[in-house]
Design a protein around this ligand. Structure first.
Ligand SMILES: [Fe+2]
Ligand SMILES: [Fe+2]
Length: 274
C-alpha cells in the first residue's frame, strides 16, 4: 500500500519538518544575566517549572515508543507510525532544550550548587509510564485509547498548556529570559501538532470501534481531579509570596477550560482533523 499524503499524520509531519528548530542555536546570553537578577522566590518558582518540563519531556520521550509498536502490530498504520517517528524526534529536541538551558543559564550545578526544587505530582513517575507500558502486554485499541488520553489529551493537551501559560506570565511582563521564551514558543508549536495527532488517533479509534467513546470518557473522568488540581502543586511551596505577582486561581480555571476543550475536540464527531 502506498502511503497517503492526504492523511492528517502525513500532513502534520510535513508541517513539522518545515518548522524544525535547533535547541542549540538559541542565544542564552541574556538569560544568564536575567536569572542572576531574579529574587530567590521567583528563581525557585521558575526553576520548578523548568525542572518539571525537563522531567516531563524526558518522560514523554521515553514512554512514547510502545504506542508506535502497538500500531506496528496492526497492518496498515504506516502513516501513524511515521508521524510518531517525528514526534519522538521532537520530544527529544525538547529534552535537549531544557537540559541545555539548565546547563548554560544556571550559575552552578542543580543538585550540587543549587537545591532541587520541590517535586510535582505523579504523572511522569506513575500515570504515564503505566498507560504506555501496558501496551506491551495489551496492544488493543482500548489500551491505545487509554494511552492516547493520558499522553496526548491530558499531559500534552492540558498540563503542558498550563505550563506554557505560567511561563509566559512570568517572562512577558518584563521581557526577561528571552532564550527560554523562544524555546517554550517553539515547543508549544510542536506540541500543538502532537495534540492534533492524538485527537485524530482518538477519533479514528472511536470511528472504528464506537464502544471506545465510553472508554475515552471514562479515562478522561478518571484523570480529571488530578489534572485540574495539578495547579495546586505549582503554588504550594509559595506560602504567601506571589512570584511574578501570580495567583493560582486563573491557572486552575485555565486547567478546567483546557480539560473541557479536549473532551469537546475529540467528541465533536466524525474524523475531525486537528
Ligand atoms: Fe515535548
Ligand atoms: Fe509532545
Amino acid at each position: 500500500m502506498p502511503i497517503d499524503f492526504s492523511t492528517l499524520p502525513l500532513r502534520e509531519l510535513r508541517k513539522g519538518r518545515g518548522l524544525a528548530w535547533d535547541p542549540h542555536a538559541i542565544d542564552l546570553a541574556k538569560d544568564r544575566e536575567d536569572w542572576i537578577a531574579l529574587d530567590p522566590v521567583s528563581q525557585v518558582f521558575l526553576l520548578r517549572q523548568v525542572v518539571g518540563f525537563l522531567i516531563g519531556e524526558r518522560g514523554v520521550t521515553h514512554d512514547l515508543a510502545p504506542l508506535q509498536q502497538a500500531l506496528r502490530r496492526e497492518k496498515g498504520r504506516m502513516e501513524e507510525e511515521m508521524y510518531l517517528t517525528q514526534q519522538l524526534y521532537e520530544e527529544s529536541t525538547h529534552v535537549e532544550f531544557f537540559q541545555r538551558w539548565m546547563n548554560e543559564v544556571l550559575p552552578g550545578k542543580l543538585g550540587t550548587d543549587i537545591p532541587f526544587p520541590p517535586g510535582q505530582g505523579r504523572f511522569f513517575t506513575e500515570i504515564l509510564p503505566a498507560a504506555m507500558n501496558a501496551l506491551a502486554e495489551d496492544p488493543s485499541p482500548e489500551a491505545q485509547m487509554r494511552a492516547a488520553v493520558t499522553y496526548h489529551q491530558i499531559i500534552e493537551g492540558v498540563l503542558a498548556e498550563i505550563g506554557y501559560a505560567i511561563f509566559y506570565a512570568c517572562l512577558d511582563k518584563d521581557g526577561i529570559l528571552p532564550g527560554l521564551r523562544q524555546g517554550i514558543r517553539f515547543i508549544q508549536q510542536d506540541e500543538s501538532r502532537h495534540i492534533a495527532f492524538g485527537t485524530y488517533l482518538a477519533q479514528r479509534l472511536i470511528h472504528e470501534h464506537p464502544e471506545l467513546e465510553a472508554v475515552f470518557e471514562r479515562e478522561m473522568e478518571a484523570l480529571r481531579e488530578e489534572t485540574v488540581g495539578s495547579t495546586d502543586g505549582f503554588f504550594s511551596h509559595c506560602d504567601d509570596a506571589e512570584p511574578f505577582g501570580l495567583k493560582q486561581a486563573p491557572f486552575r480555571k485555565l486547567a478546567e477550560d483546557l480539560y473541557r476543550r479536549r473532551i469537546r475536540s475529540v467528541l465533536r464527531g466524525g474524523l475531525v482533523e486537528a
